[in-house]
Write a protein that binds this ligand. Structure first.
Ligand code: AMP
Ligand code: TRP
Length: 354
């Protein structure tokens, strides 16, 4: 088992099978800090795609969040397009879902400021992601990194979203979003913002590094061999899986404590093949790592290959990506602008002509 994390009563576990007949508005965001890796795909994006069938979905490339760490114009611009291409290639349908980049919609910054004014510093001081990202040199960390979770709350609340699909690592930020919504409601208008519920998605909510089964697979890991990028070609994917860290035990078994690498590869196998983990573990209980990895490499190439091909095709036409984002931003503004109008009115801001 993963280290025990108790599901809070506000967490919705989504199996991806569509058996829960729930309704509401989904909001989720992804930072254009780097390209997309397999953990993003299995832990987040693949579920975003499935949720389109059941919810009204708003998906956002959160470039304003990325500005807390990316300070290079060309990198930022390229990453926004790459992440958008990845989302489209994975199956986000811009006709059904609203897909856009955050900085094109003023509501995020406007609401973030209002929420900053009703969020106690003490709540932000507790955020573990800030502590991790700021590291030892807290005094030099940008203020934006500290108020990052308030901007995240604004993202969600500007659309009055009810459900937020994220990986495990975002649970604390989601709890804060609920608290911030409550803080605004208490002061200005009861029940104005719905309290958004995190949806922690499926068994692959934490995909680990291929080089170290105790570390999360991440775009910021210095070793490219630690992750599968959605831009990797078939040879690179197969090579990374063949060279993934293994262990000296016989057979492939599920044991996170003692066999984190084998367990992680099993998680990836099960997620990519849409099979229960126990089922895959039973099939390979007696197998050598070499056979298991070879099958996993084939499976990964089969599932990810078409996505990477489509992504390349899209990236060759940046104009099309930009047009898609512009259209998405317009639809996003149509939802969020009236909410901001109401918020400004509730806090007592005078509006000319209003
Ligand atoms: P980030 O790359 O941190 O902007 O994350 C984007 C989304 O992908 C968030 O919902 C994360 O929780 C999810 N995510 C990132 N890395 C992983 C991973 N290794 N396993 C599962 N989900 C992940
Ligand atoms: N903080 C999220 C992450 O790092 C990205 C994000 C920004 C987000 N705004 C959001 C996720 C709103 C969900 C909802 O993954």
């Amino acid at each position: 088992m993963w280290p025990k994390k108790r599901a809070s009563k506000h967490v919705t576990r989504f199996s991806g099978t569509g058996e829960q007949a729930m309704q509401g508005r989904i909001f989720s965001g992804i930072q254009p800090t780097h390209g997309i890796q397999l953990g993003n795909y299995l832990g987040a994006i693949r579920n975003w795609v499935r949720l389109q069938d059941e919810y009204d979905c708003v998906y956002c490339v959160v470039d304003m969040h990325a500005l807390t760490t990316v300070h290079d114009r060309a990198t930022m611009a390229a990453n926004i397009r790459e992440v958008t291409a990845a989302l489209l290639a994975c199956g986000i349908d811009p006709k059904r879902s609203v897909l856009f980049n955050q900085s094109q919609v003023d509501a995020h910054a406007k609401l973030a400021w209002v929420l900053n004014c009703v969020t106690p510093l003490g709540w932000l001081n507790r955020m573990t992601q800030f502590k991790e990202k700021a590291g030892k040199n807290r005094e030099k960390a940008p203020a934006g990194l500290f108020v990052y979770p308030v901007l995240q709350a604004a993202d969600i609340l500007a659309y009055k979203a009810t459900h937020v699909p994220v990986g495990e690592d975002q649970k604390q930020h989601l709890e804060l979003s609920r608290d911030v919504a409550g803080s605004f409601n208490n002061r200005f208008a009861e029940d104005f913002f719905p309290l958004p519920e995190p949806m922690i998605l499926g068994d692959a909510a934490r995909v680990m590094s291929l080089r170290d089964g105790t570390k999360k697979m991440s775009k910021s890991d210095p070793s490219d061999m630690s992750r599968i990028n959605l831009t990797d070609d078939a040879d690179a994917i197969a090579n990374k899986i063949r060279k993934a860290k293994s262990d000296p035990h016989h057979g492939i078994t599920w044991d996170v404590e003692n066999r984190p690498e084998a367990s992680n590869l099993l998680t990836i196998f099960a997620a990519l093949s849409d099979r229960p983990r126990e089922d895959v573990a039973a099939e390979y209980a007696d197998a050598q790592f070499s056979r298991f990895k070879s099958d996993l490499a084939d499976l990964t190439v089969e599932k990810i290959g078409p996505v990477t091909a489509e992504m390349r095709r899209l990236m060759a036409d940046p104009g099309q990506i930009d047009a898609c984002l512009a259209e998405g931003a317009e639809r996003a503004r149509a939802i969020a602008d009236p909410v901001i109008e109401e918020v400004y009115d509730l806090v007592g801001f005078h509006r000319s002509g209003g």
